[in-house]
Design a protein around this ligand. Structure first.
Ligand code: AMP
Length: 225
């Protein structure tokens, strides 16, 4: 019986989490849960949660923990996560990580690994300026590093590519500040628990993908012992 692999992807905005998510989704059948995508879907659908979240998102700030934790809890209760999942963009604060631990423990589960994608700030700023996302499926591209076959058009679903509102330069600067202040403490949080695996995010998407797959294979083996 395969052991469940409950993984978290952590990294600054623009570290390549979305790009890797697209690739990993094809490799593994486990659900890929991105709180950013869930929030954007809520904004698009005009839900109450979307309305409350949008002000924070547009400013490059974090959405309050209680809103995020409730949304993530609900998603993780769903049956499709039972054999494992990959979380992208959650947790982003220590209280969120504690809430996630509690939620897992309530179900007799635990986080099995945390993958940290490391990229320096200067590189982040360069990357985000060229980042594009499709309006339909949220697939990610970069005009220089990971271009679509036809400019401005998504390879996967043919929809239009746009720049996210929160990828504007002034907002990016704030998102990086928020990352260093509120999310980077999670590195220690998970390192002291022996869960952290560091990935050099400055390499090509294909190299990063290979490294992540190798780390996941190792985690699977360790879990079998
Ligand atoms: P992302 O696509 O992961 O960069 O998320 C986009 C935006 O959604 C962030 O800048 C936050 O405003 C919000 N967001 C996503 N996930 C979280 C989270 N775990 N905690 C707080 N805010 C979040």
């Amino acid at each position: 019986m395969p052991h469940e692999l409950n993984l978290i992807l952590i990294g600054p905005p623009g570290a390549g989490k979305g790009t890797q998510a697209d690739r990993l989704r094809e490799d593994f059948r486990m659900p890929f849960i991105s709180t950013g995508d869930m929030l954007r879907a809520n904004v698009k659908d005009g839900t109450e949660l979307g309305r409350q979240a949008k002000v924070h998102m547009d400013a490059g700030e974090l959405v309050p923990d209680e809103l995020i934790v409730a949304m993530a809890d609900q998603r993780l209760e769903q049956d499709d996560t039972r054999d494992g999942f990959i979380l992208d963009g959650f947790p982003r604060t220590v209280p969120q990580a504690q809430a996630l631990d509690d939620q897992m423990a309530r179900h007799g589960r635990r986080i099995t690994g945390v993958l940290l994608l490391e990229v320096p700030d200067e590189e982040i700023v360069r990357r985000i300026a060229g980042r594009r996302v499709c309006v339909k499926g949220g697939h990610n591209y970069h005009v220089d590093y990971d271009p679509p076959k036809n400019p401005g058009v998504c390879d996967q679903d043919g929809s239009r590519l746009i720049q996210r509102d929160d990828d504007q330069p002034e907002v990016v600067e704030n998102r990086l500040k928020v990352y260093h202040a509120q999310t980077s403490p999670l590195v220690d949080f998970y390192d002291t628990r022996g869960l952290l695996r560091r990935i050099d995010g400055t390499r090509t998407p294909a190299q990063v993908h290979d490294h992540i797959r190798a780390v996941i294979a190792t985690l699977r083996l360790e879990d079998d012992v």
